[in-house]
Design a protein around this ligand. Structure first.
Ligand code: ADP
Ligand code: TYD
Length: 208
């Protein structure tokens, strides 16, 4: 495996197993002696973590879809400037639990039909795409149960309900098809170990 900058993201509905898989991939690469930055969105830098609290707590309709796009993009810009870009410039592997595809699907498709606005703002303010994106697919009813079982106090998006999660799933499936080969669809309905082994193989092929 070559030691060079590489940017990989995990995407999927709430509770699909992204954080678990991001951590397992980071652990494996660190064991191999690679320099890994494991980060997340919304958040991943001090400023973006402050914006995160505004986004994931409180009543579901606290923000309009348009305001949400601006807040997520502001958080992402700070994350990019302070965490992602410096790590990539130093030749590290960056693993992010969610990134721009979440805005494309949550704000661009599921909350409102604002895909054009999301794309324009991304182009203007972010413009960096990951090298590889693992889209974890799974049954929304099961994922919702997993997510709410955590009692994290960060359930604003889960509180939109099952219909919203189903729209998200369709949005992620369409995105995974549209953005291939950058995006790879992963069946999340298996044990964490089996999924991690598949992802390890995909990562190795993408970086060789
Ligand atoms: P996400 O980051 O997508 O919200 P998490 O990785 O936090 O999802 O997983 C949500 C919950 O489901 C956690 O309690 C986690 O331990 C559990 N979990 C994750 N992956 C699996 C899996 N493959 N099978 C069963 N449970 C899982
Ligand atoms: P996250 O903490 O990853 O939630 P989970 O672990 O439940 O998957 O993200 C918080 C919420 O923010 C999540 O419901 C998805 C949402 N979100 C967006 O709506 N747009 C975005 O651009 C991002 C990054 C997240």
């Amino acid at each position: 495996m070559v030691k060079r900058a590489f940017f990989v993201t995990f995407e999927g509905i709430d509770g699909s197993g992204k954080s678990t898989q991001a951590r397992l991939l980071a652990d494996r690469l660190r064991e191999l002696g690679l320099d890994v930055v494991l980060t997340r969105e919304p958040g991943g830098s001090p400023g973006a973590e402050e914006i995160r609290r505004l986004l994931v707590q409180g009543a579901p309709h606290r923000w309009s879809p348009e305001t949400e796009i601006l807040l997520f993009t502001a958080a992402r810009r700070d994350h990019l400037e302070n965490t992602i870009d410096p790590a990539l410039a130093a030749g590290k592997i960056v693993i992010s639990d969610r990134y721009a595809d979440s805005t494309r699907v949550y704000q661009g498709v599921a909350r409102a039909d604002l895909g054009g606005l999301v794309d324009q703002l991304h182009h203007l303010m972010i413009a960096r795409e990951p090298d590889l994106t693992l889209v974890i697919d799974m049954d929304p009813a099961q994922a919702l149960e997993r997510g709410l079982g955590r009692n994290s106090g960060e359930d604003r998006f889960e509180d939109f309900g099952l219909g919203f999660q189903q729209a998200l799933r369709q949005g992620f499936l369409a995105l995974a098809r549209r953005a291939a080969p950058r995006t790879v669809l992963i069946d999340g309905n298996r044990t964490p170990e089996v999924i991690a082994a598949e992802i390890a193989g995909i990562f190795d092929r993408a970086t060789k």
